[in-house]
Design a protein around this ligand. Structure first.
Ligand SMILES: [Zn+2]
Length: 359
């Protein structure tokens, strides 16, 4: 399964700002990121689902003459082969492309491996013909020098691949992906318990959430739950209401309306709130400036302690294209105590963590 969202972040932020306009209740404002209770205004944003290209760039190799990196002073040629000389030089270089690793410094030579963009090469020397001699898996190998840089390149946007087995499988399984592309089954049913006020979560998540709120209180932190479990049926009504208003009021087609709505509201079954595993928490004193929640001591406490109770901060800054959501400092997802600390420490969003570590 590949996920790829492309969208205009500014437009999304504008939509959230608009949906949180004066007069709305806190509940509606807070939910604007993933499921506003009311109707949110349409935005003209490029939020399109793309089919990820399946092609891998071919390893470019040329026999371009060496232009830089020649011996500057007295460097001993330590090795000579057919048509080349190797000079010792120990340094680290980073691959800037998908590059073949070869037995000898020639495109005719056997390929023994491949570097991906950003991979580190332990260079032990370079040849007079533009190749780098490297230490690779304990052996000597060669790569063409043109595709290596002293600086680690900024990597292109990667597709996140979620392995099989990390979608919802059973009500006692908490470490799975539910998002705008991976829905809960229609017959999803869970046992719930109250967390705070009328807000409920799945029964195990609820216990941990209550423990977390109680622990915060002991530290003088007053946490307020503003959204928790929402049924798929509720999500369906909410989603349809917004799609219909886009079609009627803004003249959009169904597909256009669907995408536009999905910027701010998860499709039915595609919200972690539908799973009963997500809770929106904020300090009520800051509800009118919820985007600044991350500057509060309540956020600081949650960020530091949520993993102890099996929760993670789910929608991270800079990961919007992968999660499909804006940064939401208030949205915490129960994944279980077994994984929460590792996910939080990784700095990765859940899709990335599972994609990179659970294969
Ligand atoms: Zn939420």
């Amino acid at each position: 399964m590949r996920l790829k969202y492309k969208r205009a972040a500014a437009a999304v932020l504008a939509a959230v700002t608009l949906s949180g306009c004066a007069g709305r209740q806190t509940e509606e404002k807070l939910q604007s990121g993933d499921a506003p209770a009311g109707t949110v205004p349409a935005v003209t944003s490029a939020f399109v689902e793309e089919t990820a290209p399946e092609t891998t760039p071919a390893a470019p190799e040329t026999t371009a003459p060496i232009t830089t990196g020649g011996p500057e002073s007295v460097i001993t040629a330590t090795e000579t082969g057919e048509g080349y000389t190797v000079y010792d030089r120990s340094e680290t270089r980073y691959s800037t492309d998908t590059v073949n690793i070869r037995e000898l410094p020639s495109t005719e030579s056997k390929v023994v491996g491949q570097f991906n963009p950003g991979d580190e090469a332990n260079v032990t020397g370079y040849t007079s013909t533009g190749w780098l001699r490297i230490s690779y898996n304990g052996a000597t190998a060669y790569v063409f020098g043109e595709y290596f840089s002293e600086i680690k390149p900024e990597l292109p946007e990667q597709d996140v691949v979620i392995p099989e087995g990390y979608y919802f499988s059973s009500p006692s399984d908490y470490f799975f992906i539910v998002n705008k592309e991976n829905f809960l089954p229609e017959d999803y049913a869970i046992e719930t318990d109250f967390v705070q006020g009328s807000y409920e979560l799945e029964i195990v998540a609820a216990k941990h959430c209550k423990d977390m709120i109680a622990a915060a209180e002991k530290d003088g932190i007053d946490l307020k739950v503003l959204s928790a479990y929402r049924t798929v049926d509720y999500q369906k009504k909410l989603f349809e209401r917004n799609v219909n208003s886009r079609m009627e009021d803004d003249g959009m087609t169904y597909d256009e309306a669907y995408y536009d709505v999905s910027i701010n509201i998860a499709p039915p079954g595609g919200s972690e709130h539908n799973a009963g595993l997500a809770v929106d928490i904020i300090d009520r004193n800051h509800w009118d400036t919820y985007t600044a929640f991350e500057d509060t001591k309540e956020f600081e406490w949650l960020y530091a302690h949520c993993a102890e109770y099996g929760f993670i901060l789910r929608y991270l800054k800079g990961k919007e294209d992968i999660t499909g959501y804006i940064y939401e400092p208030w949205h915490y997802r129960y994944v279980g105590t077994e994984y929460a600390s590792a996910v939080m420490a990784s700095g990765l969003c859940l899709e990335e963590y599972i994609g990179q570590n659970m294969t």
